[in-house]
Design a protein around this ligand. Sequence first.
Ligand SMILES: [Fe+2]
Length: 323
Amino acid sequence: MTPTAPAPTGPPYQQVPLSTLAPERQVGIKLFLRTGKDRYVLFLNEHSLLTTTKIDRLKQNSVSHLYLNTCDRHGYLNYIKKNLTAILSNPALTENDKASIIYETASDITEELFLHPCTESIDQTRNLVDCMIDTITQSPKTSNLLMMITNQDYYTYTHSINVGIYAIMMTLKTLPSISDAELKTLGLGFFLHDLGKASIPTSIINKQGALDQGEWELMQEHPKLGTELAWDMGIRNPAIIDIILSHHERYSGSGYPKKLSREKISQGGKICAFCDVFDALTTKRSYKKALSTFDALKIIKGETPEHFDPELINPFILLFGKQ
Ligand SMILES: [Fe+2]
């Protein structure tokens, strides 16, 4: 250990579970050991490798957490993003830590995607969805935790994550024999379903209250704008494009943009529609409260079969039953 630096002062320190740090890699930020109340000593500098020997020595001393300076939080998230697969495959990581890491990384990546949609942000989202699906399929407890930690404040990016999590879980329930590759493709489609909102002015996206006729017409363009943006970023898979284009179609044919009905709407589009409406109802915005799960499911059931496929309403409700 290298406890040579003086006890730092300044902003508070934040815990980093040791299990989130993969061995033989540079974390790229300073990490501290807590030696007493409000006393921290430097353990690893930003240029050093966190070796297996160092990790073992911490474990021998029953140290389960290191600390970072909160101003280095972004650097820590970058480290997690780059090493997500290695970190999530650590058997010592608790289910709670896994769910928090996935949700927090997802928030960072999807916020970046909507602010700066580009090939690199799509690649990061694809990697995130792949890691998330690997974790969900291997650990039912992490899936339940992920369903529980969905953010209740509505932002386009948190909405995309919440819908992504619900829709992946619903796909597993309704298409149990789906291949891993197909699930990962649909999963990326669910995360990207509202990508077109990146092309709509934020004054419309964040408007408090009802949209006027012109704003509403522009908002209805977002599925089409999303497919164009996805195409520009190199996405060619028809299943992904289809989810982006069809998540506002309704079972009776009253949706948009193509007024598709019944079997003309793909399974991915139908699943996304349930999850999209459910998340919109159960999250709060400046002008409306969040509904409870029970009340939201009641509304969605009442709108079936006008808006939603009656064959999917029971599996959807069961998704939110006691686990
Ligand atoms: Fe949408």
